[in-house]
Ligand binder design. Structure first.
Ligand code: ADP
Ligand code: MG
Ligand code: ZN
Length: 558
């Protein structure tokens, strides 16, 4: 049967080789083993259930969370010559019945169903009328309350499946599951641990970058100019921001579209189609855009604001480079955006326990912007996996010299200690900088030996230092909205003078006027270099390189 699988891969999809994990999952499914497959976004999960669907008798039901995308998914299959259809609330009763009839006559191999529909009589009818060989649960992290996109209708799937007169093989698929979420999915669906296929989370064609301390509009426009004609997504955290950025791009004649929950569905869909068919190159969107969208040539995903957590970030950023070619995943970081995400959590109707968890997740996302370890590794570690330095993220490429900051670190840590490890970072910063704040007085912190110990440093820098020490795990914040700083074992060693700390220091940003003529030249050079050295353009135009090139270039020359 595996030969058959390979043959289908070549004949129907036109691919030579299976990607990592695909064959293993397909083999499991063909053997009738319930499985959980974790593969990165763009890793090729769909084929894992589509190929078995073609081999098995009867039909495969695919649970997919977004109604708006089912049509696209089905159209894509139809184009490949695979008979498929979908059942969801957009259909009239008559259409629904027609499709059910055709499905029970075996006219389709795959039937996409919204999770809400899965509980209904139609499904039980279908199960009786025709053999359902496999139930594929796409975006399976929605099952888990500990996931980042919990949906009650997904949880009730598990219940419904128990009531079927026979048990089809279950295949759960997701790209973003922390160890807690994976084990929750295994447990809820009764999947055995040995049928858990995890291809790892590394996306080696993505160059992760964090951009800090730069004017974001300027950065964005510069980036788009250099990468003119390339397809990409810009994520913003509010509808208002999407509108603003969209207008900015339009005013610069950049072929951009927009997508957010406040727009009419028809308008949204129109932009989406235009983006998918490359009529526009840039999509400005909230996180409402993108789930399940399979556009292979997305060359960059830029987050104009920090998203709510690492799962969301990785899923959104992962929409770049599905074709495996080098692509950029850029976060434009500004510290106050973290507050927006805290605010969203505060306003949500989650219970306190979940809120606490979400605050912590926001913070872990924010630390991504402060860490100096490989960005790919930071993410992969978050998902509980091992990782080798990627060599292409902005941290790996950061050539600034690492300075010894052991003394400053000791100052911060001993201050935290003297304050009893019962305060948050802003209070620690105030004490260190010798602030006259009422609260400092109230707690009599003026009497501490660490009071004012770092008064030569601006408050902002001390805050950044604390963020850095937290990201590098010398300090660990407690859960919740107002976390208290605790010293880790790693931090304790530094306090005792048993280990040292280094940090690549921020340089003063060079303000460089980048005019159009310079950019035209840069583009020419990029073309030249790309053909000469076969170096992917994104490497040459890393942020720092670009700025250096601009400085090297005589600005008066024609
Ligand atoms: P996921 O659902 O895991 O995010 P998809 O199933 O949508 O990913 O696949 C992502 C892209 O990879 C699609 O364009 C798909 O055609 C392509 N793809 C999948 N499997 C292979 C393969 N074995 N070889 C080459 N391309 C593949
Ligand atoms: Mg998918
Ligand atoms: Zn790296």
């Amino acid at each position: 049967m595996l030969d058959k699988a390979r043959q289908l891969l070549q004949e129907i999809y036109g691919f030579d080789e299976f990607r990592s994990g695909q064959l293993e999952v397909i083999e499991n499914v063909l053997d009738g083993k319930d499985s959980l497959a974790i593969m990165p976004t763009g890793g090729g999960k769909s084929i894992c259930y589509q190929i078995p669907a073609l081999i098995f008798e009867g039909i495969t039901i695919v649970i997919s969370p977004l109604i708006s995308l089912m049509k696209d998914q089905v159209d894509a299959l139809t184009e490949l010559g695979i008979p498929a259809t979908f059942l969801n609330s957009t259909l009239s009763l008559q259409e629904m019945n027609e499709r059910l009839r055709s499905a029970s006559n075996g006219e389709y191999k795959l039937v996409y169903v919204a999770p809400e529909r899965f509980q209904t009589e139609e499904i039980f009818y279908l199960m009786q009328a025709i053999k359902v060989s496999v139930i594929a649960i796409d975006e399976a992290h929605c099952i888990s309350q500990w996931g980042h996109d919990f949906r009650p209708s997904y949880l009730s799937l598990c219940e419904t499946i128990q009531h079927f007169s026979y048990r089809p093989t279950i295949l759960a698929l997701t790209a973003t599951a922390t160890p807690v979420v994976s084990s929750d999915i295994l447990h809820l669906l009764n999947i055995e641990e040995e049928n858990y296929v995890n291809t790892g989370f590394v996306r080696d064609n993505l160059a992760f970058q964090v951009v800090k301390g730069q004017e974001r509009n300027r950065y964005l426009l510069d980036y788009l100019k250099i990468n003119e004609g390339q397809s990409g997504i810009i994520y913003a955290s509010t509808r208002k921001e999407v509108e603003r950025i969209f207008e900015l791009l339009q005013s610069k004649k950049i072929p951009a579209g927009k997508y957010h929950g406040g727009m009419k569905e028809t308008e949204r869909n129109e932009w989406q189609e235009k983006f998918l068919y490359d009529e526009i190159t840039v999509m400005v969107a909230t996180n409402a855009f993108g789930m399940g969208i399979d556009k292979s040539n997305v060359r960059f995903v830029i987050h104009y604001q920090i998203p709510k957590n690492i799962e969301a970030y990785y899923q959104e950023a992962g929409r770049a480079g599905r074709d495996g070619l080098p692509s950029d995943a850029i976060l434009l970081f500004s510290p106050q955006d973290v507050q927006i995400q805290y605010y969203f959590v505060e306003q949500s109707d989650m219970d306190d326990e979940h809120k606490k968890l979400e605050y912590t997740k926001v913070r872990e996302m924010a630390q991504y912007a402060s860490t100096q370890v490989c960005l790919q590794c930071y993410i992969v570690h978050y998902f509980g996996d091992e990782c080798k330095e990627c060599g292409q993220c902005s941290n790996c490429l950061d050539e600034r010299e690492a300075m010894d900051i052991t003394k400053d670190t000791q100052k911060v840590l001993s201050c935290v200690k003297r304050m009893g490890e019962t305060f948050g970072k802003s209070m620690v910063m105030k004490v260190l900088t010798g602030s006259k704040d009422q609260k400092v007085k109230h707690w009599k912190f003026e009497e501490l030996s660490t009071y004012g110990l770092m008064n030569a440093m601006p408050q902002k820098e001390v805050t950044q230092l604390i963020d850095y020490l937290t990201a590098e795990k010398y300090l660990t914040p407690t859960d919740g909205q107002y976390p208290l700083l605790k010293i880790t074992e790693k931090g304790a060693l530094v306090l005792k003078g048993k280990s040292s700390v280094t940090r690549k220091q921020a340089q003063k940003a060079h303000k460089v006027a980048i005019d159009d003529r310079l950019f035209d030249r840069l583009r020419e050079i990029r073309k030249g270099l790309a053909t000469l050295q076969k170096v992917p353009p994104y490497v040459i135009f890393s942020d720092e390189t670009l700025r250096q090139m601009c400085q090297l270039m005589p600005q008066t020359e024609n």
